[in-house]
Write a protein that binds this ligand. Structure first.
Ligand code: PRX
Length: 633
């Protein structure tokens, strides 16, 4: 793959990629190792939808991410691991060592009965074994479904059941800042009633006491003792499932986004190289957790497919001190630093002094992902972390897109604060009005759709293809609907405005308002609730819950606490509302629909003009909610 090096070249390549997408992607795909070359580059239609890339091609993504580099980069470090506790030794693995670790893990999986096509749920902290486990699944053709280790037992249960997973990989516990969480007990609770889970593989991390189910639980350390240190890679079809990753939508429970081997590999690798302009020897640090798509594509698959050195960090930005990120950058001489606006905003609050304690001269490129980056955070990042000399890429994409779709290319195309930038080659964005009218031309705002498939577009939602069609392909026929609103400026740059559906983005984590409402509804004190997002200085958006209580429950702190505990139990601590207001009723129309627009305004504290409320059954409720909201902070 050749890097794009000028704006002009980007424009030429973009043009070519749009005119001849199949030729364009075939040329890129040529640079990978295929067991058998594809018969046809692309088969697609968005009605069903049915998208297939590199049809008939055979490959294994781990051969491309590891084996293929052994000859030239066998002794180069592939993975650096920085532990939560900085006194613990760093671990690093060369490509050769990575091959051994992944092979051994793959052989352990085989020994416990995992076969090609089986779904394996992984619930692990950010330890090297998370990387090995993920790649080991891919090596033997098992489908990994990683569950972020902040989700509750109930969330795990939903995912394990939906994916019909027979195997789970977890650890005894995890270290996170000064906390120590017992992951195994959470898994035990999650799968207590799921007979279909044959085995839980347990990795030792914290060495704490854990409950043990003799028939079901297996110790990784026992199984790994006598396995071979090489595992042949399973030959996969281009369209075999590589992974399922659950994400929230505007309706119902989180859905399992399906990505397949060939297209995902090509796109993750291509975008990593172009967006970050990766140069051999550079150290890339993406601060995401591998439990999110960012970690999948830009800690693991993208960097490794390019033979890069990728860093994974077990801890949090504020432990043991608020300077930890900068300390890690100095310690490992990080060259590319890719993080989230939330992290920047929260560290910004401590001022520049903690940043200035360290030599950040190694940093050459900066990246942002997950939510819009406000100008203040952008400038702080630029000035204090990048010292005014590093390009910043604001990368827009989604779990469903598998890789970055709209961005600038570091140092090649110019960035503008709060603008994601330009479409990647092969990506054809279009704007539509809410009614579905295409909006042509520049200096326009609309709903963002994509009108041609790129190689890592989601293929389905696991076990429910119709849901995939309805969610993404039915709102605007023949287009993939992103759920985001966007502005296209005079020269064709895109600025992401935010979600236009009932999805809220809290610290870069996605939640459906319905999902949180369902969790609140599980509390016995609650009759009904409505959840909306509101602007939050650090988190981007905060969660605001309006709750109606059963008559015999008191609207007090204790009830509030109990509801928050319920949400933590059902989803996890990351979904805790920032504000919770008890209300006597909700603003509903005669057809029973909650007028969220009004609640959003109240949550934003902007109640000067609430618009027409005459269609409400009881308009007086608005006044009460509005007045009570003033007391909530
Ligand atoms: O609203 C957009 C926002 O995050 C959503 C996707 O969330 P998720 O699937 O969890 O993936 C996050 C990481 C890829 C999008 O629909 N989003 C993501 N990146 C940006 C963004 N909003 C603005 N600017 C971004 N760079």
């Amino acid at each position: 793959m050749k890097k794009i090096s000028t704006y002009q070249e980007y424009q030429d390549i973009y043009q070519k990629s749009i005119e001849h997408p199949e030729l364009f992607w075939a040329e890129i795909a040529e640079s990978f190792t295929w067991t058998k070359k594809w018969d046809k580059v692309l088969d697609w239609e968005f009605a069903t939808p049915d998208v297939k890339w590199f049809v008939g091609g055979k490959l294994n993504i781990t051969e491309n991410c590891i084996d293929r580099h052994i000859e030239t980069k066998g002794d180069q470090v592939a993975l650096i691991w920085e532990p939560n506790d900085e006194k613990e030794p760093v671990k690093s693995y060369t490509y050769r060592q990575l091959l051994t670790q992944v092979s051994k893990f793959a052989n352990v999986l085989k020994k416990m009965g995992v076969q090609k096509g089986d779904r394996v749920c992984i619930y692990l902290p950010m330890i090297p074994e998370l990387a090995f486990a993920t790649l080991a699944c891919a090596r033997i053709g098992a489908v990994h479904s990683i569950i972020f280790a902040g989700f509750s037992a109930s969330s795990i249960r939903d995912r394990v059941e939906d994916a019909q997973a027979k195997f789970i990989i977890t650890s005894d516990g995890m270290f996170r800042g000064s906390k120590n969480l017992n992951l195994k007990s959470i898994v035990d609770e999650a799968i207590a009633d799921i007979a279909a889970v044959a085995h839980v593989l347990v990795i030792n991390r914290t060495h704490e006491e854990i409950a043990w189910n003799k028939e079901r639980d297996l110790k990784f350390d026992d199984l790994v003792k006598d396995v071979d240190d090489f595992c042949e890679a399973e030959t996969m079809d281009s369209e075999d499932i590589l992974f399922i990753l659950y994400t929230s939508g505007s309706t119902g429970k989180p859905k399992g986004v399906v990505h397949t081997c060939g297209g995902y590999m090509v796109y993750a690798a291509y975008t990593f190289l172009q967006v970050f302009q990766y140069e051999t020897g550079e150290i890339h640090w993406c601060t995401a957790d591998i439990g999110w798509v960012t970690g999948h594509s830009y800690i693991l698959y993208g960097p490794l497919a390019n033979g890069a050195t990728t860093l994974m960090f077990e801890g949090i930005p504020t432990y043991p001190d608020v300077d930890r990120f900068w300390k890690v950058c100095e310690k490992h001489r990080v060259n590319i630093f890719y993080t989230a606006p939330t992290a920047i905003r929260s560290l910004m609050a401590y001022g520049e002094e903690p940043v200035n304690r360290f030599d950040l001269s190694s940093i050459k490129k900066l990246g942002s992902v997950g939510e819009p980056i406000n100008e203040e955070a952008y400038h702080w990042f630029d000035t204090h972390v990048g010292k005014g000399k590093c390009p910043i890429v604001d990368t827009w994409w989604q779990t469903e897109t598998g890789g970055i779709l709209i961005t600038t290319l570091a140092g090649v195309t110019e960035s503008k604060p709060s603008y994601a930038g330009y479409p990647m080659p092969g990506v054809k964005p279009c704007l539509v009005s809410p009614e579905g009218q295409p909006i042509e031309g520049n200096d326009k705002e609309g709903y963002l759709c994509i009108e041609f498939p790129w190689p890592s577009i989601l293929r389905s939602t696991y076990g429910d293809h119709e849901r995939c069609r309805i969610n993404y392909f039915s709102t605007y026929p023949n287009r993939y609907f992103t759920g985001d609103g966007v502005y296209r400026d005079e020269i064709g740059r895109y600025r992401i405005i935010g979600r236009v559906d009932d999805v809220i983005n809290v610290s870069g984590h996605r939640f459906g308002t319905a999902e949180i409402e369902n969790a609140i509804g599980e509390d016995e004190a609650v009759i009904e609730s409505a959840v909306v997002g509101f602007p939050h200085d650090i988190k981007g958006q905060g969660i605001y819950a309006f709750v109606i209580l059963e008559p015999h429950h008191q609207a007090n702190e204790e009830t509030k606490k109990s509801i928050i505990q319920t949400i933590t139990r059902v989803i996890g601590p990351i979904a805790k509302p920032d504000k919770l207001q008890f209300v006597p009723g909700l603003p509903k129309t005669r057809s029973g629909k909650i007028m969220r627009r009004i609640l959003r305004k109240i949550a934003e504290g902007d109640t000067s003009n609430l618009g027409d409320i005459s269609t409400l059954i009881d308009p007086s409720i608005v006044e009460i909610i509005k007045e009570d909201a003033k007391k909530i902070n």
